[in-house]
Design a protein around this ligand. Structure first.
Ligand code: NAP
Length: 287
């Protein structure tokens, strides 16, 4: 029995981040430092960690970052006002509002308030539509990161059958569109799919983006398939794990991503890429 090749998201991230740093320095030398504004509302501990990591990654790679911490009680109106200010700020090329937001704030309204040309998360309806119609401006960071992992390991996508488990707007749906764009035949599974294993067993590429540990086990995977684990869950011991039962899957798959160290680091890396490219576009347009 041959074991799956482990896809090293940390190593791929490192290479991409070095490239970001080089391009950011070149742009800074021309007088434009790529800038990311991050807005954190409330004091959710997990969100605070994600935001800290994003700000740190910017600082380490030559991007400027501005963090706004707003209280959980901030009104929707005040949050929208702040976003409008950032939309007008020439130092800012990317705006990210950390989700989830408190219940009294309409997330859709907030996402649509971010200028489409600064929407580095790629969640704005204009960017979702651009992706849907094959002319993406910003690809959502997590699925974009998955595509970069497949590319880095020369895993063929065109002509292959990909199964995406999960249909959220931030991971599952854009993931399916990116795979489709790359020439895969795509099946999207979700909580109403009656026989998940029937689909995954036929897939050359499986992307699990659900949030349920051990959802994908070795007996559900075709020998040699690439299994990409987007899920982030906790084990009984409180450590991080994904949706894939790594130990059983690694004995069947051709490639598998670990959690941690697979997709996770790629999400922030592609946020840096999207911010840099936004700044490059703005510089080119003389904004
Ligand atoms: P989400 O909005 O909760 O969506 C989960 C999806 O899984 C839904 O489409 C749901 O189906 C589907 N689902 C639930 N139970 C299922 C089952 N038993 N079989 C098949 N599908 C099932 O979550 P998300 O925001 O997409 O995130 C998914 C996971 O990825 C989470 O663990 C999240 O923490 C993680 N994540 C990781 C990163 C990273 O950087 N690594 C980034 C973003 C998210 P319905 O639509 O029918 O409800």
């Amino acid at each position: 029995m041959t074991e799956a090749k482990i896809i090293d998201g940390i190593a791929v991230s490192k290479r991409l981040r070095e490239e970001v740093a080089t391009r950011a320095a070149a742009l800074t030398a021309k007088g434009v430092t790529p800038g990311l504004a991050v807005i954190l509302v409330g004091d959710d501990a997990a969100s605070a960690v994600y935001v800290r990591n994003k700000v740190k990654a910017c600082e380490q790679h030559g991007l400027f970052s501005a963090l706004d911490r707003l209280p959980a009680t901030v009104t929707e109106g005040d949050l929208l006002k702040r976003i409008r200010q950032l939309n007008e700020d020439p130092k800012i090329h990317g705006i990210l509002v950390q989700l989830p937001l408190p219940r009294h704030i309409d997330s859709h309204k907030v996402i649509e308030a971010v200028a489409a040309e600064k929407d580095v998360d790629g969640f704005h309806v204009a960017n979702a539509g651009a992706l849907m119609t094959g002319r993406p401006q910003f690809r959502p960071c997590t699925p974009y990161g998955v595509m970069k992992l497949l590319e880095a390991y020369d895993i063929p996508v065109s002509g292959k059958h990909a199964v995406v488990i999960g249909r959220s707007n931030i991971v599952g749906k854009p993931m399916a569109l990116l795979l489709l764009e790359a020439g895969a035949t795509v099946t999207v599974c979700h909580s109403k799919t009656p026989d998940l294993a029937h689909h995954t067993k036929a897939a050359d590429i499986v992307v699990a983006a659900v949030g349920k540990r051990n959802l994908v086990t070795g007996d559900m995977v075709k020998p040699g398939a690439a299994v990409i684990d987007v899920g982030m869950n906790k084990t009984d011991e409180g450590t991080l794990c994904g949706d894939v039962d790594f130990e059983s899957v690694r004995n069947v798959a051709g490639y598998v991503t670990p959690v941690p160290g697979g997709v996770g680091p790629m999400t922030i890396t592609l946020l840096l890429v999207n911010t840099l490219e936004s700044a490059e576009r703005a510089a080119h347009a003389g904004v």
